[in-house]
Design a protein around this ligand. Structure first.
Ligand code: PMP
Ligand code: GLN
Length: 390
């Protein structure tokens, strides 16, 4: 039999799926894969349910329902002052994942270089490679996730086509500062390159940090593709409704990739997300405030056990170092061990680096009910206090 595609052959099942299955198998509290354990706003669920009965359930327009595209443009204007024409600059996709794939397939020519920041979300590199791109990795490392200006500049060359930037950044929980964004913007301008900006955690940012879309920096509107997701902003990760804002010239090829990948998204979910994006600022502030409380709750518990808890500026993830706990093994075996014996699942941070090289840290997801976080901490306390570090 002939071989399957050589890029995809090199990858196994994603770390999210592997550890969620393991958590289920061992009846562990799953603080691995990132998803809230409570659904988002009830009025969105009601709107989605009602739309099934009151509106056609046939293909919506390829670019997305006009009410959602208008809501995306309105949201971007309200929060960031982005001036986007919804008819030419907004596209609805099947989650941010499809938006990323469509953008990368649309912009990359075989042989183009793509600058990415590690640690990174797992779909980035496989899709860059499948599109024929060559990843140029800039490594940020715990505990401070500092962006080294020299390493950043060295990653660029005459062949750089684009940068894939995730801020707030999963799993580092880092929010890029304006100064860091300015450094990236200067390199994009100098190399005539684009930026695909994964901003799915835009509303999960904790004071004093603030989310700045790279697109809003001088000269960047024509170079940036801004991607966000209802899954994160409305705590409905299963809905898979994403949206893209970009200059008309940039959006046109992305829409072509989208039409051949998924073409369109469930119409009732689009209607509900349109309602969500027009919610008052208080809703979005409340989301961040609630999650900040959960972050602090889990951080306190983990610190008391002896984990080294790193700062979470944004996202709903917390990175914790386990070297002080006396465990003899790498982060992958630590996560397996925790799941199997303490019955709590976290993810190894090394899984977010190509070729590893970072060890001793795990990622906990804290968007769970307080009682669940407390129970997870109690289990870990019992394990490390009573049973030792294994
Ligand atoms: N980008 C990042 C950084 C993510 O963490 C995730 C996963 N939640 C996604 C993209 C995918 O988003 P979606 O579920 O909307 O496809
Ligand atoms: N983004 C989620 C995370 O980082 C997982 C998404 C997925 O499972 N594909 O946990």
């Amino acid at each position: 039999m002939k071989a399957f595609n050589s890029v995809l052959r090199g990858y196994g099942t994603t770390v999210f799926e592997v550890f969620s299955l393991l958590a289920r198998e061992h009846d562990a509290i799953n603080l691995g894969q990132g998803f809230p354990d409570e659904d988002g706003p009830a009025d969105l669920i009601e709107a989605a349910a009602a739309a099934l009965g009151t509106h056609p359930n046939q293909y919506p327009p390829m670019m997305g329902l006009s009410e959602l595209r208008q809501a995306v443009a309105g949201h971007d204007r309200r929060f960031y002052g982005i001036d986007a024409d919804w008819q030419r600059q907004v596209l609805v996709t099947c989650g941010a994942t499809e938006a990323l794939a469509s953008a990368l397939f649309a912009l990359i020519e075989p042989g183009d270089e793509v600058v990415l920041f590690e640690p990174l979300y797992d779909s980035y590199i496989p899709i860059v490679r499948r599109a024929g791109g060559i990843p140029r990795l800039v490594r940020l490392a715990p505990p401070d996730w500092r962006l080294d200006a020299g390493a950043l500049a060295a990653a660029f060359s005459a062949r750089t086509k684009l940068v894939l930037l995730n801020t707030p950044m999963n799993p580092a929980a880092k929010v890029f500062t304006r100064a860091e964004l300015e450094a990236i913007a200067a390199l994009l301008a100098a190399h005539d390159a684009y930026a695909v900006c994964d901003e799915v955690y835009e509303h999960l940012v904790f004071g004093p940090h603030a989310h700045v879309p790279l697109m809003t920096l001088p000269g960047m509107a024509k170079r940036c593709v801004r991607i966000a997701s209802a899954g994160k902003s409305f705590s409905m990760t299963g809905w898979k409704v994403g949206y893209v804002t970009a200059a008309p010239e940039l959006l046109a090829p992305i829409a072509k990739a989208h039409q051949f990948l998924t073409f369109t998204i469930a119409p009732n979910l689009q209607r509900a997300v349109a309602l969500g994006l027009t919610k008052e600022r208080a809703y979005f502030d409340g989301l961040a405030k609630t999650q900040a409380g959960k972050r602090d709750r889990l951080a306190r518990g983990l610190r008391a056990i002896g984990f080294e808890v790193l700062e979470t500026q944004g996202t709903y993830f917390l990175t914790a170092g386990f070297k002080g706990l006396g465990f003899n093994g790498d982060d992958v075996s630590f996560c397996r061990h925790l799941t199997e014996t303490a019955k709590v699942t976290a993810l190894p941070v090394s899984a977010f680096y190509e070729g590893g090289g970072v060890d001793g840290y795990v990622r906990f997801c804290f968007c769970k009910r307080d009682a669940v976080l407390d129970e997870a901490v109690a289990r870990l306390e019992h394990h490390f206090g009573g049973a030792g570090g294994g």
